[in-house]
Ligand binder design. Sequence first.
Ligand code: GCW
Length: 678
Amino acid sequence: TAENGLNAWLRYAPLQNVNSHHLTLPSTIIALNTSKASSVYTAGLELQKGLQGIFSQVVKISNYTHKTSSALIVGTVDDYSKIYGDGDDAPDLDEDGFWLNTKGDTIKILGQNERGALYGAFEYLSMLAQGDFSGISSVNNPNQPIRWVNQWDNMDGSIERGYGGPSLFFKNGGIVDDLTRVSEYGRLLASIRVNGIIINNVNANATLLSPQNIQGLGRIADVFRPYGIQVGISLNFASPTAVGGLTTFDPLDSGVISFWTNITDQIYKRIPDFAGYLVKANSEGQPGPLTYNRTLAEGANMFAKILDPYSGVVMFRAFVYNQLNESDWKADRANAAVQFFEPLDGKFADNVVVQIKYGPIDFQVREPVSPLFANLRNTSTAVELQVAQEYLGQQCHLVYLAPLWKTILDFDLRVDRKASKVSDIISRERFNRPLGGSAAVVNAGTNTTWLGSHMAMSNLYAYGRLAWDPSDEPEDILQDWIRLTFGLDPKVRDTITKMSMQSWPAYEQYSGNLGLQTLTDITGNHFGPKPQSQDDNGWGQWTRADHTTIGMDRTVANGTGFSGTYPPEIANMYENIATTPDNLLLWFHHVNYTHVLHSGKTVIQYFYDAHYSGAEIEQTFVKMWESLKGKIDDERYEHVLYRQTFQAGHSITWRDAINNFYWNLSGIPDEAKRVGHH
Ligand code: GCW
């Protein structure tokens, strides 16, 4: 039923074929805070629900703190110590961290704060739901303080690049009345330890700032608060003129500053724990400070100063670039972020975080990591990932993204020839910054699958897990998700694991390989193959393909100089064809179709072969999924089967469109005689 979709990995399905007889289930849940808005109370309710679902055990939540045997205590470390004395020594925890102790006959779930206690409860339930009853004493701390999601929801209820139905938040210019689904979304997000959400599109509409909508925002914040999730919004930089009746939005103008101060005061009056603002400025037609010859930093800092007394933060997006002319060999959109932001390093206020898309272009199937992470040492940064599969099949294709994200998080930028993994930069560790973290564009909607596809939920789940602990392995995360979502049958686990782990490489093979990016319709809706749309336009996602050659020359020696924006060791690797990995060859170099790869194949033959093998893998997914019939409820089984069948066909469309395109362009035959006329 739809319940399975809505509850996603939080189904608490009864355990089958698992021997839990030796397990003493808690007889009481002692919640150390039972006020309704408290995350500790939420934790109590969740534990109650979970024990009921998994074991059919009805357990009362009590605030009577007398320890009885087989009690489960959930609360903050501080409350615990106050009530029980410090006889039990709780370990030191970081903000949002928790200690889960299931040894002994009192189970303890203690958070550094209330949010941490809730995370501990979800962790305990995740273990139980997977049939893991081991006695553990485990300390869990987050890698990063900022673990947010972004929604690109519009005031009319549509969602930009949303594939799961209309908005959970907005309708007809206002906030929806019934926030039940928002609460359910909050529950999912809290279970993966997300602690903040931006609820509206970065292409923001100033009407969100009306007094009535601020009240609505307050209702949304009230719903997320028990889940430990802080609410923030995207701002339209020109709001002072759009809705404030001013004639300027110059960030240094005193009228503009009082406009924003007044708005911010109103918001915090209604929402004292408001998270802050996300700003997309001077990008893709959005207004910004450059209009008034003010720097991006001056724009960001105006908000930062107003938010500072409230401890709010400004997430300022680095996705700033201009349209370019392809006849200029040195023009390169990939250079834009460093060009705009590197000169501003050190000029941002302490509560500004520059939010950087993982790659220099735009959520492509394969990109090198954004060099901006290495260029901002005196600025707090966050990585921006995309759960919404904008360029990656829009939830009609299964593409498990954790392995892609890992290539970014684990990448060592070698700043000053020292270990400088991206995950250690955004965690604040490498440059010793006050803030840092992750944001993912999710775009969940009112569809009962949330994202439009059950399988796509592995990406949301994995996002939260990696933001908490980037050293987690994609396959381990995936298998937890599978067990929680589809049950403990090993065949189900192995089959979905195999499909998911093959899915990103397969998508890369049939949609654009060797670092060429996803060859989709760049000027349209970014769905389906359209290799001819990459070039001859101002978007700068070029391939520079002609009859004999292909690829972007991004070298310092002959090209756009992009490779030189990395620290020397990385720059040298990419500057030279010999040391550039095949999977990024055409990102960095312009070569003949007959250029021979490290693998020994020519570029063109690799294209042909990869498109065939990628599409072939997709055909096997249908059969693999069909082998699970009867092991998964019919509704989800049919839904996924439909998507996989589509993907199998669409991958062939991709294969043929791209192979024929390059065959026509190059005239070079396929050695295996599959492509073209024979
Ligand atoms: O990839 C592009 C998308 C736009 C999006 C923009 C951004 C919200 O096609 O739809 O706008 O990125 O990230 O700002």
